[in-house]
Write a protein that binds this ligand. Structure first.
Ligand code: NQM
Length: 359
């Protein structure tokens, strides 16, 4: 693929997919350079970063649409494929593997079948995916009538217009996947900058804060929250202190930990959320983010526990967010997460060859 005219100048095979409420470029590992620095330079050029509009690339000028999945046959015999998630920052020349993405994950199984890494196994196929970023495993099940993914269906998810085929995802080993522990500071709650927080990681390292403790209702829109300079300075200070206590080191250029503001549910959910990515505010919430909130607010003494409307054991957790809700299931035994899962949809948007700006 590297040619005499420059890396990728002949074009690189790429499939664009919507995965859940995110959108990203999906590649086979073999179609990208093996050298990580070279690969990242190429991905920045493909997405058009750094540039607030990503005008010279295929990124969508938003963290939720500047995402990459790299998929290969698994080196682990217990899984079918390896999935490496990369966040390509919009405004900075940074490609990071420090976070995982459960939305882009929803497209990985269908992509693996489309590219022939996994053969369809009847009307529906389950692909076992090793999430390289965290080492955890997810099983994705989706319809494959006639031997290829069928994206049509009647499942709707908030934040995406219309309906599509369901992709059911069952997770194992999400607790502590990035930090080594469900409660990475060793405490159910801590106080940073005078504010009570719970630091929790059930697939996404997250700092939970009660919106009321910051003088907010928790019903503010993403735009309102992003425009509040004093709030963002305060959250930045809390996040920096929390990340240090979580053993995450310098996170000034990292997209984790996330900060999630919690408030009592307004509809029929368990809890209401506003999720900072950590600067832009999510229009919904990430999948692993929702699993992490669900695990956190289930722990007595954690921030949110007192005002969450918890379901009966084994019940569904409806996590409210700015554009609706995201349903997850989670099975916990005390502070042990036994299993978790959810239903997403995904769709192939285009398949072809992408031409990066010259590098
Ligand atoms: O938490 C955004 C998203 C995500 C991550 C983010 C995600 C997850 O919605 O599993 O999917 O938190 O940066 O795509």
């Amino acid at each position: 693929m590297p040619s005499s005219e420059g890396i990728g100048s002949d074009g690189i095979r790429c499939m664009m997919m919507r995965g859940g409420t995110s959108k990203g470029a999906y590649f086979l590992a073999e179609d990208l350079p093996a050298d990580v620095a070279e690969r990242d330079r190429l991905l920045l050029a493909i997405m058009g970063s750094p540039d607030p509009r990503q005008i010279d690339g295929i990124g969508g000028a938003d963290p939720l649409t500047s995402k990459v999945a790299i998929v290969s046959r698994s080196t682990d015999p217990s899984t079918d494929v390896d999935y490496l998630f990369l966040q390509v920052l919009v405004n900075e020349p940074i490609v990071t593997d420090r976070q995982n993405c459960g939305n882009i994950l929803a497209g990985v199984g269908p992509f693996a079948v489309e590219r022939g890494l996994v053969a369809a196994r009847g009307d529906s196929t389950t692909v076992r995916i090793r999430m390289v970023n965290s080492g955890s495993i997810a099983a994705a099940t989706f319809p494959t009538p006639g031997g290829s993914p069928d994206y049509r269906g009647d499942t709707s998810i908030d934040g995406v217009p219309g309906t599509a085929a369901a992709v059911r995802i069952d997770f194992a080993d999400t607790a502590g996947s990035s930090t080594g522990s469900l409660l990475p500071t060793g405490n159910v709650h801590d106080t940073f900058e005078g504010v009570a927080v719970t630091c929790v990681d059930n697939g996404m390292p997250t700092v939970l804060i009660a919106a009321a403790d910051l003088g907010l209702t928790g019903a503010e829109s993403p735009d309102q929250l992003e425009a509040d300079v004093a709030l963002n300075e305060r959250l930045h200070a809390i996040r920096t202190a929390a990340a240090a206590a979580m053993g995450m080191g310098d996170v000034s250029k990292a997209t984790v930990p996330k900060v999630v503001l919690l408030s009592p549910p307004r509809e029929d959910g368990v809890i209401a959320t506003r999720s900072f990515l950590p600067v832009k505010v999510h229009t919904s919430i990430g999948v692993l983010g929702a699993l992490t909130v669900a695990a956190g607010v289930s722990i007595p003494g954690a921030v949110g526990y007192d005002f969450a409307r918890l379901p009966a054991p084994g019940g569904q957790f409806r996590i409210e967010h700015p554009t609706g809700h995201l349903d997850v299931v989670i099975d916990m035994d005390g502070t042990q997460v036994i299993a978790s899962g959810n239903v997403r949809t995904a769709r192939k948007l285009f398949d072809g060859v992408v031409f990066p700006r010259p590098i």
